[in-house]
Write a protein that binds this ligand. Structure first.
Ligand code: FAD
Length: 445
């Protein structure tokens, strides 16, 4: 394919489109290839999660491309977690105590459409829909197939970015060619989405601006609000065993399980029987790949490079943050931006992969434990007394984009140790707490 593009991007998801916008605004000619139809003129494909939690890292990245004014009207704030307990009780726990510690729910489809609309208005971006990357041609160039005509095209741009998601065809082709070592470590829990529609235009759950969680130790149900006052619920459940998706294959078994475990949610799911049978059962995994680049010719970013499980709500946030870093490296004029991206970013993506796995245990089980609740309370006290030193790990990840993920992981471990030591002394002694915090935690950057 002959074009005057300097940069080809495969995949018009959040990462591919944001990078295209950032690069184009620096004067780079970009060609963006997407296997799906143009979201500006087609109905959305069902399957992937319907809404996502957007946090400070993603907001900062989208802001760098001037996208926030268009997005803001579509965001639903989530100020904390609304827990639905097994005994029918509910409790709310704020995400943080500082101003602005809020996450936002956004529709995946709306976000994709707005980003593609912005890319479509940018003269330096050429958009190509229904072009599927199928690997490498014999020439070694990236090969695309036109989904309508079946014709193949080779990419001749000097640089290619693979932003084609967790199932990346490019990553698989690189691995098949022996250029990278890649794996996708699947969780033994899958997910399925179910709708909680609005009732007479109002939210069916009493608290709208929250992430709802039904933690049941071995599994959980969550629900995120949508702009139209509906919620999208997601069931996370083991694939096999009891209970499991395999054991609930018959809709009547699934209904019985929901009636026992999540009766308040079931009562608000009028289309449950059809949805539980018809909606796809998605898998969740952690993608590991090394290296991410083939010299300075090709680089994987976002989920294609490092997909993670969704329990910290950071996969997209992290993918968007990748774009800001890569854009800065492409612009600074120094040699080797792809190699430098890989070197600078790996510790952070490894860290968020680990924290996302840990967070599943926290969301479905730890939130129910009195010790966890005591320690969260103590964390907030320590943060009030030492706001420059002790910031709860959740807040570092979600609300402090200036703190890299790897630093959040490392400081989080030190903080957890302090909390564990203070627990040993029963009623925490504030003098000891202050000493431990000052001794072990530097002031934040
Ligand atoms: P993708 O969004 O996967 O985009 C890849 C694009 O490439 C797609 O448009 C696809 O059609 C296209 N493509 C794929 N293959 C080809 C090909 N061969 N040729 C051409 N084009 C191709 N993240 C959060 O930050 N917050 C959340 O709350 C959150 N919740 C989640 C819930 C669930 C259940 C799941 C599964 C994920 C969740 N995530 C969340 C993660 C988030 O969805 C991803 O991290 C994010 O979409 C990654 O963006 P991306 O652009 O790298 O990849």
């Amino acid at each position: 394919m002959n074009s005057n593009a300097e940069l080809a991007i495969v995949g018009a998801g959040p990462a591919g489109t944001l990078l295209a916008l950032l690069a184009a605004r620096r004067g780079i000619q970009v060609a963006l290839f997407e296997r799906r139809a143009d979201p500006r003129s087609s109905a959305p494909a069902a399957g992937r999660s319907i809404n996502l939690a957007l946090a400070a890292r993603g907001m900062r990245a989208l802001d760098a491309a001037g996208m926030l004014p268009a997005l803001r009207p579509l965001l639903v704030p989530m100020h904390g977690r609304q827990l639905h307990l097994a005994d029918g009780g509910e409790s709310f726990s704020a995400y943080g105590q500082m101003a602005g510690e809020t996450n936002y729910a956004i529709s995946r489809v709306d976000l994709a459409r707005l980003l593609v609309e912005a890319a479509g208005q940018e003269p330096r971006i050429r958009l190509h829909f229904r072009r599927r990357c199928v690997g490498f041609a014999a020439s070694g160039r990236v090969l695309l197939q036109d989904e309508d005509t079946g014709q193949h095209h080779e990419l001749d741009t000097p640089r290619v970015i693979g932003a084609d998601g967790a199932g990346s065809a490019l990553r698989k082709a690189m691995a098949q060619a022996g250029e990278v070592a890649a794996s996708n470590e699947l969780l033994d829990h899958d997910y399925k989405e179910l709708a909680i529609p609005a009732v007479n235009g109002a939210s069916a759950l009493a608290v709208r601006e929250a992430l709802h969680i039904w933690p049941r130790r071995g599994c959980m149900l969550i629900a995120l609000p949508n702009a139209d006052h509906s919620f999208t619920a997601t069931l996370f459940l083991p694939r096999t065993g009891a209970p499991s998706f395999a054991a609930l294959a018959r809709p009547e078994d699934a209904r019985g399980f929901f009636a026992r475990e999540f009766p308040d949610a079931l009562a608000r799911m009028p289309d449950f029987d059809r949805e539980i049978a018809a909606h796809p059962q998605g898998v969740l995994g952690t993608v590991r790949c090394a290296p991410w680049n083939l010299g300075e010719r090709l680089l994987l970013i976002g989920d294609a490079a490092h997909a993670i499980v969704p329990f910290h709500g950071q996969g997209m946030n992290c993918a968007l943050e990748d774009c800001v870093l890569l854009d800065a490296l492409l612009a600074d004029g120094r040699p080797g931006p792809f190699a430098r991206f890989s070197a600078a970013r790996r510790a952070d993506t490894d860290a968020i992969a680990a924290m996302s796995l840990e967070n599943y245990g926290e969301m479905r089980a730890a939130v129910l434990d009195p010790r966890f609740q005591r320690q969260r309370e103590l964390e907030l006290q320590l943060e009030r007394r030492h706001p420059r030193r002790f910031v709860p790990r959740y807040a570092m990840v979600m609300f402090h984009p200036e703190i890299p993920y790897s630093m959040a992981l490392q400081r989080g471990r030190v903080q957890q140790q302090i909390l564990d030591e203070l627990e040993q002394y029963g009623a925490p002694d504030s003098l000891l707490a202050d000493r431990l915090v000052r001794e072990r935690l530097d002031e934040l950057p």
